[in-house]
Design a protein around this ligand. Structure first.
Ligand SMILES: [Zn+2]
Length: 350
């Protein structure tokens, strides 16, 4: 859990994945035979078959895609008083963005350049706001960051395009973990932990920690092009809306019911054979799994599927309550079920 916590506290928005990539490399390099970083910043890790039972000339190539980036912001304007305005990078709901502590990363490579700040919608406090002001939901363009510094101290340090992330703790809450960007730090963590469990496999394993998923699944396609996998699994989170205020027909997944097998989402229809293969393994290993369909949205599977001559894909997903907020919540049973199912698939597929 220490590693997962460190991952959630490592700012890495789309296009600025450098810090998380370095953290992953530190922990994962020993698990693989080869690692490289492609032009978009995706980290491609390769492991040859280990203690294989079969000795095929051409072992199957399995690609696991876990996106590294989180939703966040970039500085897009510094005003004459030193207040910052931001551009969102990925899909935040502005209803969740009041009174946040943030970090402005003025040097993507060095935490010494990080500046703390406070982010609020511009406008009047409740004491002096009109009735109309109070009802209005602010837009991202209304958000203002106050660094507590004078403009002459801000402008030499802060650049247009600097990464901004919200500060939020990682905690165990009941039988769950809660934190920001569990989408998709859990997948990066799951890929590492699953690989640690897999002692024997007949297939070639490529784990790709992809770049720029949150802005349209941009990193996974080029990585698939270079790997040309027989099978690709996008490892991600998905909605779990089994909470008050939502009809049970729209829950997507149920917390505590195990790993999610995404049959279809807004951008991909999974290979049915793969869904059935995962179900069979889950049943034989007594690992909890649930089929799910998501009406809108997609994963890295969407861009991988239609690359080259087309690839067989599926998304293996972890049910996540309050997704795309900074209090994303995942049940430990679901987390471990997803890890065990991925490890079992990699050990048995040939
Ligand atoms: Zn995601």
């Amino acid at each position: 859990m220490k590693l997962l916590e460190a991952m959630t506290q490592t700012p890495s928005i789309a296009g600025r994945e450098d810090r998380l990539r370095n953290l992953i490399l530190k922990h994962a390099a020993g698990l693989f035979d080869q690692t490289c970083v492609d032009s978009l910043g995706s980290l491609i890790c390769h492991r040859k078959p280990r203690n294989p039972r079969t000795h095929r000339k051409k072992p199957r190539r399995i690609m696991i895609a876990a996106h590294m980036d989180q939703i966040g912001f970039m500085v897009h304007h510094i005003d004459s008083k030193g207040f910052l305005r931001v551009q969102s990078v990925g899909g935040f709901d502005p209803r969740n963005l009041f009174s946040r502590l943030v970090t402005v990363c003025t040097d993507v490579h060095n935490t010494k350049g990080d500046l703390p700040g406070v982010m609020n919608p511009g406008g009047k406090p409740v004491h002096i706001a009109s009735e109309e002001d109070r009802k209005r939901v602010p837009e991202i363009s209304d958000l203002v960051i106050d660094l507590g510094l004078e403009v002459k101290e801000v402008t030499p340090k802060v650049h247009i395009g600097d990464m901004v992330v919200i500060r939020a703790p990682f905690m165990e809450v009941g039988k769950t973990i809660v934190g920001q960007c569990l989408d998709n730090r859990v997948a990066c963590w799951l890929a590492i932990r699953a690989l640690e469990h897999v002692q024997q496999h007949d297939c070639e394993i490529y784990v790709v920690f992809t770049a720029q998923e949150e802005v349209g699944c941009r990193g996974a396609g080029p990585a698939a092009d270079s790997i040309q996998p027989d099978i690709a699994i996008a490892l991600d989170t998905t909605l779990c809306v089994d909470t008050p205020g939502v009809d049970e027909t729209q829950s997507v997944t149920l917390q505590g019911s195990g790993a999610g097998l995404m049959v279809m989402d807004g951008r991909t229809i999974a290979d049915l054979g793969l869904i059935e293969e995962f179900e069979k393994i889950a049943k034989s290993k007594k690992i909890k799994a649930q089929r799910t369909i998501l009406a809108r949205g997609g994963t890295d599977a969407s861009t991988i599927q239609s690359k080259g001559s087309g690839y067989r894909v599926m998304s293996l997903v972890c049910p996540t309550r309050y997704i795309h907020t900074v209090t994303e919540m995942i049940h430990l049973d679901d987390l471990y079920a997803t890890r065990d199912l991925l490890a079992a698939f990699l050990s048995t597929t040939s």
